[in-house]
Ligand binder design. Structure first.
Ligand code: ADP
Ligand code: ASP
Ligand code: MG
Length: 470
């Protein structure tokens, strides 16, 4: 069983759908059964988001313009892909899905509100349209295929906007829905990004979440491998949009890939690897536009796995919150109550650092969660704040930069070289963290120093040993 996921750029237009068809055909010939997971066509989720926001703000002109864009983008692809009798049928199916979104926008315009639940229902149309289009195209081209809306088989909690999957129920539902299809030789074309609660209310897994959907499908079906098709040759030693000399990495361990994605490498959604670890299902990252290239393999470490620094990544904007106490509460209590408050408000903590001689520490949270985090802490420490036992909580929007590679702690001098490289570029380091995992050295820098910091670290550790650059 092979699960293949295609990202937004892989299904950007009719030509791309044709390329995907070739890849799926080869997959079916060599590795059947195959299950496909697909994202919305590129730019679609963003356009849906903007329409919904504009509707809630009462900006009808923008809503109309975006709807027209979405309609045309899909209808143009349909016209090019289906010269025959199927065209009408596919166009009607896609128009009906888009009409649902139009209704939701009308509701938001009326309410002047953007409820998260309605937002998830609205965003779902992107993946539902692309899955319909791809399944119909494959089927039309002689590869039996059927679109599957994961509202029927990816069961989640009701945290709209970033809903955690309920794995046991999802596994049962996916096997019930997808296996009868693969058994009769049909390729299921599954919507990425989407799920639904037990009660059938639509949810999404969070932006970029189709990678995660694909790993959930792979785990549920006990697949042998997961191949993620995207617009780069694989995982590179840095984001190629930021570092021109970034070099291709032929293999990464699960831990390295998890660190990279948590610290901002968009090539892989940060929750993707967790479902695969129980059965150690390997992941390949491959280029839809250069399918003959081998891609990067992500899997368990082996005796020959290279050790040491491999890649540099960055996350921005993120928010650094500083808590400073005058001694009451002491550090341990400060930590305990901070984590409890943030856990209750479901704020993800990206990094924590503490100055040893002070009852103070800093923590890094996603910028989107900073206000929620500040409110939760202000509430948890309201007495201490009102009596000036705790200084007002400071917030600074910054960038986090990380050097990733297993086994770095065993090599003396790496941190020294890293800070030396930043110093030479006059990049001021605001906070530092080295995980006990041995595979990540992170630091916080000013937002405007992000690119310089990434380039300097990449130059220090990766470029000199590069056999091949891209
Ligand atoms: P998809 O739509 O296929 O999911 P994404 O845009 O989400 O694709 O992810 C691919 C992009 O990730 C690449 O175009 C690249 O700019 C970015 N990226 C960031 N860091 C890295 C990295 N270390 N290696 C490869 N790509 C990276
Ligand atoms: N279409 C969704 C997004 O843009 C999910 C994905 O592409 O992975 O966030
Ligand atoms: Mg992606």
């Amino acid at each position: 069983m092979l699960v293949m996921k295609f990202g937004g750029t892989s299904v950007g237009d009719a030509q791309c759908f044709r390329g995907v068809k070739e890849i799926v055909a080869r997959g079916v010939r060599k590795h059947a059964p195959v299950v496909v997971v697909v994202s919305a066509m590129s730019t679609v989720t963003e356009a849906l988001l903007e329409s919904a926001r504009s509707a809630a703000a009462g900006n009808e002109a923008v809503v109309a313009e975006k709807l027209q864009y979405l309609r045309q983008k899909h209808l143009r692809a349909i016209e090019e892909l289906f010269p025959g009798p199927r065209r009408e049928q596919v166009a009607t199916a896609v128009s009906e899905i888009l009409a649902e979104f139009e209704k939701l926008c009308a509701g938001m315009a009326l309410l002047r509100e953007l409820p998260l639940r309605a937002m998830d229902a609205g965003l779902s149309v992107g993946e539902r349209m692309s899955a319909t289009l791809l399944a119909q195209h494959l089927d039309d081209q002689g590869i039996p295929a059927q679109a599957v809306d994961t509202a029927t088989c990816l069961v989640t909690e009701d945290n709209f906007g970033s809903a955690p999957p309920l794995m046991k129920e999802t596994r049962e539902a996916m096997r019930r829905v997808l296996l009868p299809m693969t058994e009769k030789g049909t390729v299921p074309v599954v919507t990425g990004f989407l799920g639904a609660t037990r009660g059938g209310v639509r949810t999404t897994l969070g932006r970029g979440g189709s990678d995660y959907s694909a790993s959930i499908v792979a785990a549920a079906l006990d697949a042998d491998e997961l191949w993620i098709w995207t617009d780069v040759d694989g995982v590179l030693s840095a984001d190629p949009k930021m570092v021109g000399e970034a070099r291709f990495l032929d293999e990464l361990t699960y831990e390295e890939a998890a660190e990279l994605s948590h610290m901002g490498a968009k090539v892989l959604h940060h929750k993707t690897l967790a479902p695969l670890l129980t059965r150690m299902i390997p992941v390949w990252i491959k280029n839809t536009f250069a399918p003959e290239k081998p891609g990067t393999r992500i899997g368990a470490p082996h005796a020959g796995s290279p050790l040491g620094p491999k890649a540099v990544t960055s996350l921005a904007p993120v928010s650094l919150l500083t808590l400073r106490s005058n001694g009451t509460p002491g550090t341990t209590e400060l930590f305990a109550r901070t984590f409890e408050a943030l856990s209750h408000s479901q704020v993800e903590i990206l990094m924590v650092t503490q100055a040893s001689y002070q009852d103070s520490f800093c923590l890094l949270v996603p910028q989107s969660a900073a206000e929620k985090a500040q409110a939760a802490l202000a509430q948890a420490f309201r007495l201490e704040l009102s009596h000036d036992y705790l200084e007002p909580i400071e917030r600074e929007d910054v960038a986090a930069v990380a050097l990733i590679g297993e086994g770095m702690r065993g090599t003396p001098g790496i941190s020294g070289r890293l800070f030396g490289a930043l110093g030479r570029e006059k990049v001021n380091v605001i906070a530092i963290a080295q995980g006990s995992s041995e595979s990540n050295i992170s630091c916080v820098v000013a937002l405007q120093d992000r690119a310089a910091a990434v380039k300097a670290i990449h130059q220090e550790f990766i470029v000199p040993s590069a056999a091949q650059s891209v």
